[in-house]
Design a protein around this ligand. Structure first.
Ligand code: HEC
Ligand code: HEC
Ligand code: HEC
Ligand code: HEC
Ligand code: HEC
Ligand code: HEC
Ligand code: HEC
Ligand code: HEC
Ligand code: HEC
Ligand code: HEC
Ligand code: HEC
Length: 492
């Protein structure tokens, strides 16, 4: 009896153990669900997975060797869709799609009985949507041929009224995330997927309606093309758009983040370049933060953001010890700031500011000497350039011809700029190669300017002597004449 119980118990344990082992594999457990990559793209027109993923064409990852023998019909048993692989279709389907030629009673009545929102029809008329015949009913549903409000606003005709703010991105995505809808306009279709990953998109998904939505950034009913200078998303207007919320202390209070980004940005080298000098190569807020994926870049990405424009400077920086992975090494933003990048200068080497070298390298530490050398080298070169500039100016003010020296001066200036970029290597020899060239050119200018001035002085001295001689001659002639007259016999 006791033994029988033991056998049954043993068999039960064995059965349970067997159940734990997958049927189709030799004790190999299937990979955990979270290790299987999700499908990040839409499935429309993409059911033949291997047509792209077998060889790995145009950006598609090649299937790993473990996938040998797997066929298209198996892929989706493991690879699940992600939120971005299913584009919502929230655009209501109107009973009668408005044609450019037919009446649009929504527009007619909303012009006549504008009620509390008289700005909407004129705004819409100025939009790219109106130009492309995307009408009221395409976003709001309803019957755009009915004269009576009740019929036009009929739920049966798909009327949804004012969309809820949380539904707005999906509404826009139902056209803008579809390749087949946007191909003819040559527009990218990634805005929605990116927006979902942004801080704005994440917060909205949690029900926070204070954040930026597609509708807010894109001029509400007056949606413009991004390149239209009157659009809020036109590069020059972007800082103002972001500031409309991010500088709003009341709105930002719950989030406990600073509200001075615009103020600091507007005074930064980039803000001055973009907003005052209309230099479109300078970054707006959206260039650093991403247009639709608005998020603060992590430190890794930040170095790359700056380097995407300052490529030469980044190359120098990457050669330095600072570019190592070691904890506490400075990145671009450590020394220059983020939205508040100031004008850099030699003062950063020895200054006591919180971004200056001394923050990490006290005077007593080994790099202090190297820092002083870099600083001395650049400061001396800078002084020489200024002296040369001043001398040349004096020469020019004296109406001397200085055109050839102007060219040499420009050469000095370029080399000094390159030296300032090259100091990012922290290598004195590299810097010295440039400053030596700058110094040589500056010296040449200085010498030429001095010579021109000296020649000028000599010429003036000669002229003075000449004038004196002339005056002497005239005076002597006059004396002689007077003497001669005196010797003449008096008149009758
Ligand atoms: C027309 C080409 C094409 C087809 C067909 C296609 N894909 Fe893709 N796939 C891509 C590209 C390109 C990417 C890279 C991400 C992107 O650009 O959206 C990608 C990314 C992926 C990834 C993410 C890989 C990673 O690096 O994390 C998975 C998983 C995937 N696809 C699965 C599938 C499955 C399953 C199918 C079939 C239902 C399929 N794909 C069909 C082009 C394709
Ligand atoms: C049994 C589950 C399973 C099936 C079926 C399956 N995959 Fe995978 N796939 C995975 C896992 C797990 C990974 C990640 C681990 C690895 O690299 O092997 C992966 C990786 C991939 C990758 C590489 C992603 C990258 O980042 O490099 C692609 C592409 C891919 N699969 C496509 C496919 C396609 C196409 C099919 C259908 C022909 C398919 N898979 C069928 C489980 C599966
Ligand atoms: C006969 C007049 C009339 C017609 C036709 C009409 N509307 Fe309206 N609609 C109104 C009035 C009046 C209001 C309420 C006042 C306001 O919000 O301006 C209104 C409100 C709305 C609102 C705001 C609802 C809300 O909850 O705030 C939307 C959206 C709207 N209409 C869309 C449409 C669309 C789309 C059509 C065409 C399919 C249409 N309307 C046709 C008169 C009309
Ligand atoms: C591209 C899509 C789109 C088109 C086209 C469009 N709307 Fe709207 N409309 C919206 C969205 C989105 C909102 C809600 C915005 C929000 O979250 O406040 C809205 C809001 C409204 C409101 C409510 C305003 C308020 O402040 O309460 C009215 C009224 C309205 N639309 C009327 C119209 C009329 C009339 C037209 C045509 C002349 C039109 N809309 C065209 C997307 C659109
Ligand atoms: C925080 C503000 C912001 C939000 C939110 C936003 N956009 Fe944009 N969008 C921009 C800016 C800025 C540009 C201009 C990009 C450029 O000049 O390259 C732009 C450009 C575009 C373009 C032109 C093509 C392109 O990609 O450059 C489209 C279409 C577009 N957005 C659609 C959308 C849709 C759809 C959503 C919502 C899912 C959305 N945007 C949300 C700021 C925003
Ligand atoms: C019914 C389809 C449809 C819906 C819904 C829709 N759009 Fe559009 N949108 C278009 C079309 C078509 C164009 C014209 C494309 C072109 O000519 O460049 C366009 C153009 C745009 C552009 C200009 C892109 C450029 O060329 O720079 C922006 C921005 C834009 N839409 C934003 C939105 C936003 C925000 C929403 C949601 C409130 C929205 N759209 C909803 C169809 C739609
Ligand atoms: C309609 C208001 C609004 C507009 C317009 C807006 N934002 Fe925001 N943004 C918010 C709100 C609200 C948050 C949430 C704050 C939080 O979670 O810390 C946020 C969050 C952010 C964050 C993340 C901050 C953090 O560290 O938590 C960044 C970065 C950001 N926005 C950048 C931008 C940029 C760049 C623009 C302009 C292209 C912009 N925003 C336009 C309202 C707005
Ligand atoms: C030259 C690049 C650059 C520009 C231009 C820029 N930012 Fe930033 N921004 C950054 C960096 C870097 C961070 C910090 C990221 C971190 O700490 O991880 C940041 C952080 C932020 C944050 C998070 C809160 C905070 O203050 O730390 C907000 C919000 C923000 N920026 C908004 C803006 C706005 C609005 C503008 C335009 C007026 C702007 N940024 C322009 C690079 C930039
Ligand atoms: C979109 C391109 C772009 C990006 C991204 C960018 N910059 Fe700039 N930056 C410029 C331009 C253009 C100027 C010249 C402005 C002017 O006219 O004075 C400039 C000027 C500067 C200057 C002043 C140079 C001088 O000699 O006065 C510094 C320092 C600087 N940037 C640092 C940075 C840092 C740090 C980052 C990253 C946080 C960054 N930049 C990101 C384009 C960019
Ligand atoms: C945020 C802290 C920080 C700041 C600010 C900083 N450094 Fe450094 N620096 C480091 C660290 C950490 C190392 C050591 C890196 C290593 O050994 O891998 C280092 C190393 C150096 C070295 C030694 C390089 C070598 O070849 O051994 C020099 C020289 C140097 N820094 C110069 C500077 C100058 C010049 C500045 C200002 C323009 C500066 N540092 C600002 C952290 C900083
Ligand atoms: C250790 C601090 C430090 C780091 C890290 C740093 N810089 Fe600099 N940067 C300086 C100093 C100091 C100057 C001024 C040199 C001078 O004027 O003599 C300068 C000058 C510049 C200038 C103007 C001269 C030039 O190169 O055109 C630009 C632009 C610049 N930095 C961009 C960057 C970028 C982009 C990065 C990241 C790839 C970066 N810096 C990293 C300290 C730093």
């Amino acid at each position: 009896m006791n033994n029988l119980f033991k056998v049954i118990f043993g068999l039960t344990v064995l059965a349970l153990l067997l159940l734990l082992i997958p049927r189709d594999s030799a004790l190999a457990f299937p990979p955990a669900q979270e290790e299987t990559p999700l499908i990040p793209h839409t499935l429309q027109g993409r059911t033949n997975c291997l047509s792209c993923h077998a060889a790995g064409v145009s950006g598609a990852a090649k299937v790993p060797p473990s996938h040998a023998g797997r066929t298209n019909d198996t892929c989706r048993t493991c690879h699940k869709t992600s939120p971005t692989s299913e584009i919502p279709l929230v655009i209501p389907t109107p009973v009668a799609r408005v044609q450019a030629t037919t009446r649009d009673t929504c527009v007619e009545c909303h012009t006549r009985e504008a009620g509390k929102s008289p700005e909407i029809v004129p705004e819409w008329k100025s939009s790219i949507h109106s130009e492309r015949n995307v009408a009221c009913a395409d976003c709001h549903g309803g019957n755009a041929t009915a004269d009576k409000k009740e019929d036009a606003h009929s739920v049966k005709a798909g009327y949804v009224g004012k969309p809820k703010t949380v539904d707005v991105p999906a509404l826009c995505a139902s056209c803008h995330a579809r390749v087949e809808s946007m191909r003819q306009y040559d527009l990218p279709t990634d805005q929605w997927a990116k927006y979902l990953t942004s801080t704005h998109g994440e917060k909205l998904a949690q029900g926070d309606t204070n954040v930026a939505t597609c509708f807010v950034c894109h001029d509400r009913h007056g949606t413009k093309k991004a390149q239209d200078p009157s659009s809020q998303v036109y590069a020059l207007n972007v800082p103002g758009l972001c500031a409309s919320c991010h500088s709003n202390v009341e709105l930002m209070k719950p989030y406990k983040i600073p509200t001075n980004q615009y103020q600091l940005y507007a005074q930064s080298v980039h803000g001055i370049a973009l907003l005052q000098k209309q230099n479109m190569r300078a970054p707006s807020c959206a260039v650093c933060h991403g247009t639709h994926g608005a998020a603060p870049p992590g430190f890794e990405e930040v170095a790359n953001v700056c380097g995407s424009c300052h490529t030469a400077t980044q190359d120098y920086y990457l050669k330095s010890k600072h570019a190592s992975d070691k904890a506490g090494t400075p990145k671009c933003v450590t020394c220059h700031g983020r939205y508040d990048v100031g004008v850099p200068s030699e003062a950063m080497f020895t200054g006591a500011g919180e971004r200056d070298c001394t923050t990490c390298h006290a005077n007593t530490t080994p790099p202090a000497k190297a820092i002083q050398d870099l600083s001395d080298q650049l400061t001396a070169s800078d002084k020489m350039l200024h002296d040369a500039e001043a001398a040349l100016k004096r020469a020019a003010d004296s109406a001397l011809i200085v055109a050839p020296e102007e060219l040499t001066l420009r050469e000095a200036r370029t080399n000094l700029i390159t030296a300032r970029a090259a100091q990012h290597t922290l290598n004195l020899t590299t810097v010295k190669q440039r400053t030596d060239k700058a110094n040589a050119a500056a010296k040449k200018v200085l010498a030429a300017a001095d010579k021109a001035m000296n020649d000028n002085i000599l010429r003036r001295q000669f002229m003075a002597v000449g004038l004196a001689v002339l005056a002497l001659a005239v005076t002597s002639l006059w004396i002689v004449r007077r003497e001669l007259y005196r010797q003449l016999p008096p008149k009758e």
